[in-house]
Ligand binder design. Structure first.
Ligand code: ADP
Ligand code: ADP
Length: 235
């Protein structure tokens, strides 16, 4: 069974664009199995970010339907975690408090956040230790390197045990060494916890290294296509 199921999905960003038939994504059909790690590569402007907005329910398709975990998506999903190119940690919060943020926001955690804070903090510390950030819990973002901030932002995306992790160019701003270190960390976390991952990247090597399946989103005049090209066993 598919965890993510896009069925002939079209999106125009507004009515004016719709009237002109200018779609940001056009007729996308794509199925992602439970626990599968997919990567989407493609040139700038081909619709990768739009695909992510659709996958997490931030945008509704103009046509077609999207099912996540067997249910039609009708609004923003709480079962996803997200990380982007910029780590975007809140500067006035420590590493630990940044990682705890989703638990303060996402139901059902929010209702008992105060009562269970120490339990949640233990969980966050374990997660931080698993990405090599033990001892940095009380530091502020400016006291961390770019790679460390990105690791913390991945912890923040995973703290509420999402079923799906959406990553939009999360390693793009890092040096090559740090990037490859983070690839291994992400692969280990995903192998242990089996969440779904959708990774958008410009880096084909990254896509092939990390993903079970790599899709190329291509741009021919006025048309966006998603095509499965490579299926590799995990090394
Ligand atoms: P990237 O290529 O890194 O995904 P973009 O530079 O394409 O990012 O887009 C950055 C932001 O600007 C996105 O949130 C996108 O939705 C928005 N955006 C991109 N193109 C347009 C546009 N033509 N009109 C309005 N917003 C846009
Ligand atoms: P990518 O992430 O692959 O760079 P996007 O999904 O950002 O591509 O953009 C796909 C197309 O949709 C582009 O033509 C872009 O200009 C357009 N677009 C993106 N966001 C908006 C927006 N908010 N309003 C109007 N057009 C947009």
């Amino acid at each position: 069974t598919s965890f993510v199921d896009f069925r002939n999905v079209w999106l125009a960003y507004n009515d004016e664009l719709l009237a002109k038939r200018q779609y940001a994504v056009e007729d996308i059909s794509l199925q992602v199995g439970t626990g599968e790690f997919i990567a989407i590569v493609g040139p700038s402007g081909c619709g990768k970010s739009t695909f992510m907005k659709l996958a997490t329910g931030l945008k509704r398709p103009s046509q077609g339907s999207i099912l996540i975990d067997g249910r039609e998506v009708t609004g923003p999903l709480k079962i996803t975690g997200m990380a982007f190119q910029a780590p975007s940690l809140l500067p006035w919060r420590t590493t630990l408090d940044n990682v705890l943020l989703p638990l303060e926001i996402v139901e059902p955690y929010r209702s008992n956040f105060r009562a269970r804070r120490s339990e949640y903090a233990e969980k966050a510390k374990k997660l931080l230790a698993s990405v090599g950030l033990a001892g940095y819990e009380d530091k502020f973002p400016w006291q961390l390197s770019g790679g460390m901030q990105q690791r913390a932002s991945i912890c923040r995306a995973l703290i509420h045990e999402p079923k799906m992790l959406l990553l939009d160019e999360p390693f793009g701003a890092l040096d090559a060494f740090t990037r490859e270190e983070l690839w291994c960390i992400l692969r280990d976390l995903q192998a242990a916890q089996k969440f779904n991952v959708i990774l958008v990247t410009h880096d084909l090597r990254e896509a092939v290294f990390l993903a079970d399946t790599v899709y190329v989103m291509s741009r021919s005049p006025g048309r966006m296509l998603v095509r499965k090209t490579i299926e590799l066993p995990r090394p």
